[in-house]
Design a protein around this ligand. Structure first.
Ligand code: 2AM
Length: 172
């Protein structure tokens, strides 16, 4: 890992959901232009921690290991355009209390240890960045059971951005 790493906690969709979201991202790219997120990078961010040195990444690891959580279902049902970051995101139509509880538990476990960026939790999977035109894109509802979350490190490999899982934790 480099001296400082851009790290975040996220859920990674299981293979079938990842493939489906990957197809959806490709469809969005054909309809709207822009850059589809590579299937292996698709994730639902629980908590973005920022650019951190290795000792602080280690404290994220310790805090995450202390979190107890129950498995929950994630359902994404529609594509939304987020104007300011210029993203197309797959989002739920209903709140995801399990994901919210896990995101809050992670934040609580880190309170007093790290100053985290403050941004309300808004569950989404980014499927496309910088669309060139907006077109309605429908999606069939997609669900999976979240039983594991991971701490990811964002890296640039040969000009390509990739998110590498550093550690993963299962539900208790
Ligand atoms: P997103 O697609 O879920 O929005 C790695 O940088 C990932 O962390 C990004 O792909 C983005 O995921 C998320 N991210 C980046 N900056 C963020 C911020 N300031 N607050 C919350 N999430 C952020």
């Amino acid at each position: 890992m480099p001296a400082a790493a851009r790290v975040f906690f996220a859920l990674q969709p299981p293979a079938a959901a990842q493939a489906e979201l990957g197809r959806l991202a490709g469809w969005c790219e054909r309809r709207c232009g822009g850059r589809a997120v590579a299937p292996e990078n698709l994730h639902l961010t629980l908590l973005f921690a920022g650019e951190l040195p290795p000792d602080q990444v280690a404290s994220l690891q310790r805090a995450a290991a202390s979190v107890r959580w129950a498995p929950f279902e994630v359902t994404l049902e529609r594509i939304e355009y987020w104007a300011r970051p210029r993203l197309l995101c797959a989002v739920p139509s209903q709140p995801l209390p399990g994901a919210m509880a896990l995101a809050e538990a992670l934040r609580a476990a880190l309170r007093g240890t790290l100053a985290l960026p403050v941004r309300p939790f808004a569950p989404h999977v980014t499927v496309l960045r910088r669309p060139r035109r907006l077109a309605e894109v429908a999606m069939a509802p997609l669900s999976w059971q979240a039983t594991e979350f991971a701490l990811f490190c964002s890296e640039r490999v040969g000009g390509t951005r990739r998110y590498r899982s550093l550690w993963a934790w299962s539900c208790s």
